[in-house]
Write a protein that binds this ligand. Structure first.
Ligand code: 3PG
Length: 207
């Protein structure tokens, strides 16, 4: 079965978000949009994650909200029901692939070896999360993968920052980059939305 296609979005920078209070979700989505970032990954690392996805999907429809850290197959239907437009995982298991296909949710599996890239490609996935990108070899690893496995594109995540994102985005096999630097936990918890808008603007200016 061909995986569901990701919806269109403009930003090549994907903020990876841990949110602990659902009331922060909507202002955070507005702050990112204000800075030009129209896609966000809300992780399931905190119990508030699912409700945060739901709040953004309901109240900020112009933001493309995805669910991150989806590591159990039963979470796939739950994040779809909450309104997630896509899901990401740090890894790739047959159960996750099957669950994403069963509910027709676009899915970005995580990989970090050539064999994992090949397994994902066999399942029809064309956009893969390279995770953890820095530990996997970063830019050098992506350059090495481009030779034998040049028909897939990556969203490197893990160790990507304002300082090195342009180097990643310059690679032909990098579609976008992900990272937590755009949405630091302390700024979210203090409701410093204009600072987050500024970080989003800085990131877009750097690519
Ligand atoms: C992720 O969850 O995808 C990564 O942990 C984000 O990594 P970073 O904090 O290095 O950006």
């Amino acid at each position: 079965m061909t995986p569901a296609l990701l919806p269109q979005f403009a930003s090549r920078v994907l903020p990876v978000i841990v949110i602990s209070d659902v009331s922060q979700a909507v202002p955070l989505a507005h702050a990112l949009l204000e800075g030009g970032v129209d896609v966000m990954e809300i992780t399931l690392r905190h119990a508030a994650g699912l409700a945060a996805i739901e709040a953004v999907a309901k109240h900020v429809p112009q933001m493309l909200v995805g669910a991150g850290t989806v590591t159990h197959s039963d979470e796939m239907q739950r994040v779809k029901d909450a309104g997630a437009r896509f899901a990401l995982s740090p890894g790739l298991t047959p159960q996750l692939v099957q669950a994403a296909q069963a509910c027709a949710l676009p899915f970005v599996p995580g990989v970090m070896t050539p064999s994992e890239v090949m397994i994902a490609r066999e399942q029809g996935f064309k956009l893969l999360k390279l995770f953890p990108a820095a530990q996997a070899g970063g830019v050098a690893m992506l350059k090495a993968l481009a030779g034998p496995l040049g028909d897939v594109r990556f969203c490197p995540t893990g160790g990507v920052s304002l300082n090195n994102m342009a180097e990643y985005l310059a690679l032909p096999n990098v579609a976008m980059v992900g990272g937590s630097w755009l949405t630091p936990l302390d700024l979210i918890e203090q409701g410093q939305w204009s600072r987050i808008t500024e970080l989003a603007r800085q990131a877009l200016a750097a690519n």
